[in-house]
Design a protein around this ligand. Structure first.
Ligand SMILES: [Zn+2]
Ligand SMILES: [Zn+2]
Ligand SMILES: [Zn+2]
Length: 441
């Protein structure tokens, strides 16, 4: 065994007896804190890992699965716990451990979950994969992110901030009542929506051109045309079977094409296929911007955008743009005033260097407070690339200077530290189009 391998500290998870060679040959830690790699011991349920994943360090730790059961999210599986197999698995784990060792202490930072996602993608050098999992209502999971509940929203935020890049997994129907995707897709009666459908061949009598279900032609074991009463003897000569017809066992209706319906296995709601919506699921790979953010331990763009979006008047950029277009149309149609304020934060990088991620989050939180203090409930706020956009419906340009001035002053008094902002004003339907362009590019 080479000495480099021996230096990795193993955390053995499970009650099963340790072979003596293991404790003799490897460094064994009694918990995740001082370990590099977790080994899920033979016969141990995967859940044994869950309750010890409180820290980012434990959640990011590569797992060698020797349990004998499948474990989605394990770095590698070993068929049995033997020195040679374990050495080989540790060879796979080593570069992951080394990449993790170069990262800042994620638990000490703001945006822990987001940094964990980036650290997972970066340390494994593989995308965060979506996989089917029918043990959960969404029917999809990200097995690598065991420590994060419902990570979809977070992954989408990181993709919006261009720290992750998406790759399509699949487009999946979901129940409009409960959001779940565990659905039975059925062929149904077009009239009564029962799934009690039988199919029957159609018989076409050449001579008189009559066509109907086979059962109408049956006389004992032979066929007779119910219209012209002639016997049908030879397939291809007297008659043929041009297709099938679907017959409802519930209401008796016939149709050539059954309807498609969805029955939710979780809440029991039935939905016609035309009323179903789909949701696209993605795999996510880390971008070079994501790697940089991860090593700095701070996600400035994400934080400003997320802080604003989560504030009382906050919107994500896409929703803000929808609202802006609507307000623009209203303003044009009813000749109503409409204005916007554009707050540029000039020194985010310097602030993040000075105060770190947590300090920066606090500054953003203060900025949200200032905005909710100075603005009205009908105003809307979003942020993108260090710029905060405020939409002021029913507000003429002339009134915006007062609001802008109040914002500048309040930022100076409330936000501790040298936050450098400038506030621009923009008004009218045309001015707002410029805002829209800035948000789009
Ligand atoms: Zn449902
Ligand atoms: Zn006939
Ligand atoms: Zn029916």
């Amino acid at each position: 065994m080479d000495s480099a391998t021996a230096r990795l500290r193993l955390w053995l998870v499970g009650e099963s007896a340790r072979p003596t060679w293991l404790s003799d040959a490897y460094t064994v830690a009694d918990g995740p804190e001082h370990a590099d790699v977790a080994v899920l011991m033979p016969g141990t349920p995967v859940e044994a890992l869950d309750d010890r994943r409180a820290s980012a360090h434990a959640a990011l730790m590569p797992v060698i699965n020797a349990s004998g059961q499948s474990m989605p999210g394990a770095l590698c599986d070993v068929a049995s716990l033997q020195p040679a197999l374990l050495d080989e698995a540790l060879g796979v784990a080593r570069p992951v451990v080394e990449r993790l060792a170069q990262l800042p202490e994620i638990d000490a930072l703001a945006d822990t979950d987001a940094l964990m996602v980036l650290a997972m993608a970066h340390s494994r050098q593989t995308p965060i994969q979506a996989t089917w999992d029918f043990t959960r209502p969404a029917a999809v999971r990200y097995a690598a992110l065991r420590g994060i509940e419902n990570p979809r929203e977070l992954l989408e935020e990181l993709a919006a901030a261009e720290l992750l890049v998406r790759e399509r997994f699949d487009c999946i129907h979901y129940c409009p009542a409960c959001d779940g995707s565990r659905l039975n897709v059925r062929e149904e009666c077009t009239e009564c929506r029962s799934s009690d459908l039988g199919s029957e061949p159609l018989v076409h009598h050449y001579r008189c051109a009559y066509q109907a279900r086979e059962s109408e032609f049956l006389r004992g074991r032979s066929l007779e045309c119910p219209k012209c009463r002639r016997a049908l003897r030879h397939y291809g000569v007297d008659y043929d079977k041009p297709g099938v017809v679907f017959v409802c066992g519930h209401c008796g209706a016939e149709s050539s094409d059954p309807a498609v319906g969805f029955l939710c296995a979780d809440c029991g709601r039935h939905t016609d296929s035309e009323r179903m919506d789909t949701r696209t699921w993605w795999h996510y790979a880390i971008t070079s911007g994501g790697v940089t953010a991860l090593h700095r331990g701070v996600l400035p763009h994400l934080s400003l955008e997320a802080s604003m979006a989560r504030g009382p008047m906050g919107y994500w950029v896409r929703d803000f743009m929808t609202l802006l277009r609507f307000e623009q149309a209203q303003a044009r149609r009813y000749q109503r005033p409409l204005s916007a304020l554009i707050l540029r934060v000039h020194n985010i990088e310097a602030m993040s260097d000075a105060w770190g991620g947590r300090g920066l989050s606090r500054v953003f939180a203060h900025l949200v407070d200032v905005l909710s203090e100075c603005l009205r409930e009908t105003d809307a706020v979003t942020a993108r690339n260090h710029v905060v956009y405020v939409l002021l419906p029913e507000t003429p340009m002339a009134e915006t200077e007062v609001i802008a001035q109040r914002l500048r002053e309040t930022v100076e008094t409330v936000v501790a530290g040298p936050m450098q902002i400038t506030v621009e004003r923009s008004g009218g339907v045309d001015g707002l189009s410029t805002v829209l362009e800035a948000l789009t590019d």
